[in-house]
Each structure stands twice: as structure tokens, then as C-alpha cells.
Design a protein around this ligand. Structure first.
Ligand SMILES: Nc1ncnc2c1ncn2[C@@H]1O[C@H](COP(=O)(O)OP(=O)(O)O)[C@@H](O)[C@H]1O
Ligand SMILES: [Mg+2]
Length: 474
């Protein structure tokens, strides 16, 4: 009954937006995903080959729904959340019993007002959408009692902004936290843990002059003690600032390794508080604690929903609305990229998106600006993997990559996981680059191919070149 309604809703939307009815295999994927089945289970009940469901029909269907039907990222994992939201927006009820979120995050009766120490948090200007992300965060914080949450995503995707909005939202919806502290680690150099702990302890105590323990360890113990006694929310923005470039993801700069201890203690020990960090790379401790089922969670942030991304272009006064979707698509709904490119279009093209879209080179440069820093800090092996994924017209499995890159499986796997931790690639059994990253890498590849400065990857790059030339000639 519920499933029927969901199928009907999607069927109608797909037909309206693409002009094509849902195919049988798409209906199988939709029904299966809605009911939480694995692709293997779908194969058994439908008779379709698991391979075509998992590697062909499935990914294509999610892409169609994301790009052409709902204007936001839809996957097997978030289908229910997307449909719940989309139907709610249109006033259709399809799953009255599934979503635990609304009741779980219902406002609590006011107890006390939280004391908020904003630190250097940026002012929230306009803020569009992110309803699902805010709900998910509130669900994790309040209902699931997560003690450590990593908000992850590419630069400019809106992590910092979301973390500020989270504090505001929690403030208006409930007074569960006695105290909230927002801190940015984006400093050169970033604060040593020793100093950050002093800052947090002072803020928690409300005293500027406080007799603090001498050692970092003791300070950490005191912090955990405070988090046990009082329900506090601590936000640490830009955790990436602590990470070392040119190593695999999640490894600290020298002198900052103690932050790992902070995460472990907050994730593992009993207390009633929560630490939310935002980062481009997921710290290794978070990966491990989440896998070990501690109350630790990662939340990946993708681009804005289509209608919210359009708001940015509208606010920037762009014209040619028919081309907006193309522009948003190129920049993967990344709000920072859209702001930058809109300003450029306004300056150089009088706000005309169509004129801008003819200038392919400018499109590339903006993507370069956005990804450059993160890409250049990758390890050589990670870069090499991204090159293979960029030139491949289809997703590559671990085995495919091993065929291309003659290196030990364990080392390759570490690098692959590192790229996942950095939000640069997506997939489970088979991997692709985030589209915006793919455009960047292809562009980089053209440059590097000329002055090949990837020493260890030289041989493979040669092969890549040959392959590129081959496909160009076809
Ligand atoms: N939901 C949103 N609505 C409107 N603007 C947003 C939103 N999210 C991000 N932005 C804008 O995009 C830019 C980048 O966001 P930011 O939070 O700094 O990204 P990140 O921390 O992921 O690098 C900022 O200028 C911010 O104002
Ligand atoms: Mg940020």
C-alpha cells in the first residue's frame, strides 16, 4: 500500500519530467530500494541479473532521478528521505509510519536557555534549503545521542554555513544543550590541542581566569568530565586544517596528533554532550569509531537541491533562466562555486548565462580554483587513481584499478579509502569521481600529460595517454 503510493508518485514524476514511463527494471530498483532490499535480494525476487541491477540500471536510475526528476542527489540509501520530503513539499502523504525523525526531533519543553559562545562563527546571511541535512543532524544529536559527528564534503559545499544554521535551529527548537561553543580551526597555524582545551574549558566555566591543569592529558580529562556533568554542544569547524598534505586522508600535521585522542575520548567515553566537526577529509578516528558502532556518525554533504541553487543565481541577478540548470549542473550545485561564477557572469557577461556557457575555458578555471588546493595535497597514488577514474567512461572496481596500477592490493585499498574519506570519489563496489572533480582532473591531466610531473605514476600516465589518444581517434 505504502510502496504502491511511492511507486505511483515516482512513476508520475518521471513521466512528467523525462517524458518516459518507468521501465520494468527501474520499477524493480525503486521498489527494492524503498523496501530496503540489497541488489542481490532484488535480483532473487525479480529474476534480473544482479550485475545489471547493481552496475547498470541502478546507477542510471539514481542519476536520472537526481538530475532530471528531483533536482537533488537521490541514491538507494536516501530514497526514503528524499521521497518523504518531496511528497511533503507537494502535500502528498506516502509514508506515515516510516520517518522517525519528526517525533524524534520534536521540540522539547523549554528548560533553560543555552549559552552560546559563537567564537568567530560567520554571520548567517541568506540560507536556502538543507532541510534534510538539518533533520538528519538533529536526529543524530537528539534521538540517537551521537557523541561525535563529522559533517563532510568538498570545499564550498556549505559545511560551515550548515554548522551555524544547526546551532540556530537547535536554539529555536529546544533548549536541550546547556551550552554551545562554536570554534574554527582555520588558522595558520591552527591552535594546538593544549590551547584549544584551555579555550573550551574557560568558555565552559564562564571564567576568563581559570586554574588549568598543566598537561594536555589532564585538560582533556577535565573536558570530558565537564561534558559528563553538563550537556554541551561543541562545534569544531574546518578540522581539515589539522591534516597533513601529501599523506593519505585523516592523518594529522606534526604536533596535532593529539586531536586524535580528543576524538577518541569524546566518541568512546560516556557523557551527555556532542562534538560536531566539519571537514573535507574524514579523520581516521571517526572512520574507526563509526565502524566499531560507537555513537559516532559521519554525514556527507552534497550540493544544494536544484530549487535552492536557483535561489543563489536569482539573488545574483542572473538572466536566461532556461540555462540555469545547466550551469548548476556543471558546478554540482556547489554554493560557493555558484556564487563565484555568478559574480563572474555578472561582471563579464552582463548576467547572461547563455553567453557564459559558450566560454568553456572559464568554466574550467572556476572548477580549478575550487578543487585545486585539495587535489594538489593528495598523495601521488591517490592522484593516479583519480586519473584512471577520470578517463574511464564507466565506474571502475578495485580489481579494475589493480589492473591499471601495478602496486600491492593493500596499498591501493588504503589510497582508495582515503579518497572516499576526502569526499572526492563515490561508490561502493565500483567507483567514480564526483562529477565536479572529474572535470577538474581531466583538465589537470591534460596539463600534466604535457610536463608529466607525477614521477611514480609515469608509466601509467603514458598508458593513459595512449588510451586517450585511442579514444580520441575513434
Ligand atoms: N544553504 C545555503 N544557502 C545559501 N548559501 C549557502 C548555503 N550553504 C552555503 N552557502 C554559501 O556558500 C559559500 C560556501 O559555504 P561554506 O559553508 O563556507 O562552505 P564549506 O564550509 O563547505 O567550505 C558561503 O558563501 C555560503 O554563504
Ligand atoms: Mg568551511
Amino acid at each position: 500500500m505504502e510502496t504502491e503510493a511511492a511507486l505511483e508518485f515516482v512513476r508520475a514524476e518521471v513521466l512528467a519530467k523525462t517524458g518516459k514511463p518507468l521501465s520494468d527494471i527501474e520499477a524493480v530498483v525503486l521498489e527494492g530500494a524503498w523496501n530496503g532490499k540489497t541488489y542481490e535480494e532484488m535480483a532473487v525476487s525479480s529474476g534480473y541479473a544482479v550485475n545489471s541491477l547493481k552496475n547498470d540500471a541502478g546507477p542510471r536510475f539514481w542519476k536520472t532521478l537526481s538530475l532530471h526528476v528531483f533536482g537533488e542527489k537521490v541514491s538507494k540509501a536516501n530514497l526514503r528521505a528524499v521521497l518523504d520530503r518531496q511528497t511533503a513539499q507537494r502535500g502528498v502523504a506516502i509514508s506515515p509510519n516510516v520517518s522517525q525523525h519528526p517525533s524524534a526531533i520534536a521540540p522539547m519543553r523549554s528548560r533553560t536557555t543555552s549559552r552560546i559562545d559563537w567564537g568567530e562563527a560567520p554571520n548567517l546571511g541568506v540560507f536556502y534549503g538543507r532541510i534534510a541535512e538539518l533533520e538528519a543532524l538533529q536526529f543524530q544529536i537528539m534521538a540517537q545521542k551521537s557523541q561525535l559527528i563529522a559533517v563532510l564534503g568538498l570545499r564550498g559545499i556549505g559545511k560551515t554555513t550548515l554548522s551555524v544554521k544547526l546551532v540556530e535551529t537547535l536554539q529555536t527548537q529546544s533548549d536541550q544543550f546547556e551550552q554551545v561553543i562554536w570554534r574554527s580551526l582555520f588558522h595558520d597555524p591552527p591552535p594546538a590541542l593544549h590551547d584549544l582545551l584551555a579555550d573550551l574549558l574557560k568558555s565552559l566555566s564562564g571564567q576568563v581566569k581559570l586554574n588549568l591543569p598543566a598537561t594536555t592529558d589532564e585538560r582533556l580529562s577535565l573536558l570530558v568530565e565537564q561534558l559528563q556533568k553538563h550537556r554541551c554542544l561543541v562545534i569544531l569547524d574546518s578540522f581539515k586544517s589539522l591534516m597533513q598534505a601529501h599523506l593519505l586522508a585523516g592523518q594529522y600535521k606534526r604536533g596535532y596528533e593529539e586531536y586524535g585522542e580528543l576524538l577518541k575520548r569524546i566518541g568512546m567515553e560516556h557523557h551527555q554532550s556532542c562534538l560536531v566537526l566539519t571537514s573535507q577529509d574524514c579523520p581516521q578516528e571517526v572512520v574507526e569509531l563509526e565502524a566499531q558502532q560507537f555513537p559516532v556518525k559521519t554525514l556527507a554533504i552534497n550540493g544544494l537541491a536544484l530549487q535552492d541553487a536557483k535561489q543563489i543565481l536569482l539573488a545574483k541577478g542572473l538572466s536566461d533562466e532556461t540555462y540555469w540548470e545547466t550551469l548548476i549542473d556543471i558546478f554540482q550545485s556547489n554554493p560557493l562555486a555558484l556564487q563565484l561564477v555568478s559574480a563572474k557572469i555578472q561582471r563579464s557577461f552582463g548576467g547572461q548565462v547563455s553567453s557564459f556557457l559558450k566560454q568553456k575555458t572559464i568554466t574550467t578555471r572556476h572548477i580549478v580554483d575550487l578543487i585545486d588546493q585539495q587535489f594538489q595535497s593528495l598523495s601521488t597514488l591517490e592522484k593516479e587513481i583519480t586519473y584512471w577514474l577520470a578517463v574511464s567512461p564507466f565506474p571502475l572496481s578495485f580489481a579494475d584499478l589493480r589492473n591499471h596500477i601495478p602496486i600491492s592490493g593493500a596499498v591501493l585499498l588504503d589510497a582508495l579509502e582515503s579518497l572516499l574519506q576526502r569526499s572526492l570519489i563515490q561508490g561502493e563496489a565500483e567507483f567514480t569521481l564526483e562529477p565536479i572533480v572529474r572535470q577538474y582532473v581531466l583538465n589537470e591531466f591534460n596539463k600534466e600529460a604535457l610536463d608529466s610531473d607525477l614521477p611514480n605514476a609515469g608509466v601509467s600516465i603514458q598508458k593513459l595517454l595512449e588510451r586517450c589518444y585511442e579514444s580520441n581517434e575513434r
